[in-house]
Design a protein around this ligand. Structure first.
Ligand code: B12
Ligand code: SF4
Ligand code: SF4
Length: 328
């Protein structure tokens, strides 16, 4: 595209609903909220500011068996690489929090698979932008699985700061939210990055972690993290960490449950697809662990087909169930 042809999205957009006082970026965010997202911001694509911290993290072996992290390490250094030609990202957050007590299954995994929910909404946002501009726009939605440092990009889009528990925290929502990004071949006016760290002198998460996986403020040794051990790790849970797993069957929320920002600001998820599935709703760890141990492949598929818990496979869930019953 020559310089003359290079027009910004705002200048390009002419629709009957055009309001001279509302920028296209604001309309995009309003549409994102209309689709059910809780936060939305815009970032210019480019080098990831925390790329060196990520490389250092990998070199310390903190990624454990998550081979996909070093494999995508080069792409993760710069958000222009996953979709060549793209220059902007609309970064969104979808709340999955609430006041329901913590339980054997982490909050994020109690309902439908968040990847599907987020992709559906991001695809709808993408289509809406194309309708507004009356043309096709190259773009791709990423949720969790792409070679992107999502917390880095979300901070850049103004969504929150890196908590000492490593989660991105928003001052009005806490940290119980998913991050999604729509990378677009479109020049959009970026938001200001989130600049302030609101953790202050608090260290509640570091103290509450049962396995001391938070080895320094903002640094997680995943190989000690219960979330990793019960979801990502393919082998046995190390003997010395089994007791600390307690009654956690899948994932861990402890370092977020104790965070004052969640205690004060976490609110009920409004996304209907995040309502807890019957397979797990209202069940204590003991009951659920016994049911999982009795499952065959067909029962597993029927119970967890739409759930993010299928990631651990039946073998992983049975491993976790055995540890939970041992701790009973
Ligand atoms: C690998 C992974 C994991 C691993 C490792 C987690 C980790 N903290 O590294 C495991 C399996 C343990 C995990 C667990 C969880 N995960 Co996870 N995970 C990812 C994934 C795929 C990559 C994260 C990564 O690159 N880690 C490497 C480290 C170095 O990066 P980071 O933790 O993001 O840290 C950044 C900053 O903290 C900063 N940084 C690095 N060092 C330092 C040092 C200091 C001092 C500071 C201030 C900053 C800083 O740079 C880093 C890179 O940008 C992302 C999706 C994605 N593509 O980004 C989801 C993601 C981070 N996970 C998510 C969730 C929801 C969870 C769980 C809550 C699930 C659960 N309940 O069990 C837990 C939370 C555990 C925790 N305390 O982090 C969400 C987080 C949303 C949010 N609000 O932050 C993400 C973004 C997925 C999504 N799309 O929504 N996860
Ligand atoms: S998710 Fe659980 S195990 Fe992992 S760092 Fe947080 S409190 Fe520790
Ligand atoms: S518990 Fe305290 S230190 Fe940890 S993330 Fe929350 S505010 Fe920050």
């Amino acid at each position: 595209m020559g310089a003359d042809e290079h027009v910004t999205a705002a200048a390009e957009r002419r629709t009957p609903t055009d309001d001279r006082h509302t920028s296209f970026e604001e309309l995009i965010k309003a549409q994102a909220f209309g689709l059910g997202f809780d936060l939305a911001g815009i970032a210019a694509l480019g080098p990831a500011e925390t790329a060196d911290a990520f490389a250092e993290w990998l070199s310390r072996g903190y990624a454990g068996d998550m081979d996909y992290l070093p494999r995508g390490a080069v792409k993760r250094r710069d958000t222009r690489t996953p979709l060549p030609g793209a220059s902007s990202a609309i970064v969104v957050a979808l709340n999955y929090g609430g006041t329901a007590p913590s339980g054997p299954v982490a909050r994020y995994a109690r309902g439908d698979d968040y990847h599907e929910v987020m992709w559906d909404k991001l695809d709808a946002l993408h289509r809406w932008i194309e309708v507004q501009l009356s043309r096709a726009v190259r773009g791709k939605a990423y949720v969790d699985t792409g070679p992107i440092l999502e917390r880095d990009l979300a901070r850049k889009a103004g969504l929150g700061w890196f908590g000492k528990n490593t989660n991105l925290i928003n001052p009005e929502l806490g940290s119980f939210f998913f991050i999604g990004s729509l990378l677009l071949d479109l020049d959009l006016e970026p938001d200001a990055p989130f600049a302030t760290d609101h953790c202050g002198t608090c260290t509640r998460c570091l103290e509450a972690c049962p396995t001391q996986a938070l080895v320094a403020p903002g640094v997680l040794d995943a190989t000690r993290c219960i979330s990793y051990l019960t979801i990502e790790a393919r082998g046995e849970i190390p003997l010395e960490l089994r007791e600390s797993v307690g009654s956690l069957l899948y994932g861990c929320d402890i370092c977020q449950d104790v965070c004052p920002w969640n205690l004060k600001f976490s609110r009920e998820a409004t996304e209907p697809r995040f309502a807890p599935h019957d397979t797990i709703a209202g069940k204590d760890a003991h009951t659920l662990a016994r049911e999982i141990l009795a499952m065959d492949d067909e029962g597993f598929r029927a119970a967890f087909r739409k759930s993010p818990m299928k990631r651990a496979k039946l073998k992983g869930l049975k491993r976790n169930a055995a540890v939970v019953l041992e701790n009973d």
